[in-house]
Design a protein around this ligand. Sequence first.
Ligand SMILES: C[S@@+](CC[C@H](N)C(=O)[O-])C[C@H]1O[C@@H](n2cnc3c(N)ncnc32)[C@H](O)[C@@H]1O
Length: 279
Amino acid sequence: MSLGHPDDVEAFRRLVLERSGLILSAEKDYLLKSRLEPIARAEGLADVAAMLRQVRLAPGARLAQRCIDGMATHESFFFRDATPFDQLRETILPQLLAARAQTKTLRIWSAACSSGQEPYSLAMLLMEERARFADWKIEILATDFSQPILERARTAAYSEFEVRRGLSDQRQARWLVRDGEMFRIAPEVRNMVQFRNHNLLDGMATLGRFDLILCRNVLIYFDPATKAKTLDGIAACLNSDASLILGSAETVVGLAGAFEPTPGLRGVFRVKEGQRAAA
Ligand SMILES: C[S@@+](CC[C@H](N)C(=O)[O-])C[C@H]1O[C@@H](n2cnc3c(N)ncnc32)[C@H](O)[C@@H]1O
């Protein structure tokens, strides 16, 4: 089946790139088809071709946004890749606790948080270490550009499959409450996370400064220019001794001059000395 008129398809590819940074090369036509067909059906449209025609005619309309959202990969799971969370508990958090002993505040940003497993994993880990900073003010900001996925994250309800994917029995018993067929994150963990709609292509200055940023498994979908611009924006949001954690398949090497790897820590980066002003 053809996806539609080549001009409509091309216009959609451009729109997705402009609004989300995601590259949809021609080899990804299978992805376009498999993700757009259910949306066309749900919208009561004849087929994807008819839908892409409408999107081209009204790129600012709700349908266009729904199709753009539909192209993003929302795959996520609790304590994904384990290593970043082990490094956080063993090295990064103790360093931050020592460095912020005076102000007793910690701001963490989970950028491109998808359905919430990443920020809730952070909150669980912090709750488990709570005794070390009982009277601290800790803020976890979790953002994504997809409104539907944020709504899902806010419900904090996960299926048994999602829960088993990353949460040990011990964590399940401690941090989940059964709710019919689903499992809900315990209120004390849920309340630590604030969700907000934010597109990484937009300005970041309004988000403030952070002591730790996790931006994992989203840059891989961006072209090099968008990756570099996003990393520059992130560099400007980090406090001087703060860290950026990327996904296991991502790196800043060759992309953003502002960052350098942190020796001994996998996937953890710091803003280079002397680059802060530039960022
Ligand atoms: C694969 S998920 C990663 C979730 C989580 N960080 C993790 O590693 O498990 C990628 C997320 O990036 C979001 N995303 C894609 N482009 C974005 C953009 N330009 N701004 C903000 N979020 C974006 C998608 O909506 C999706 O939820």
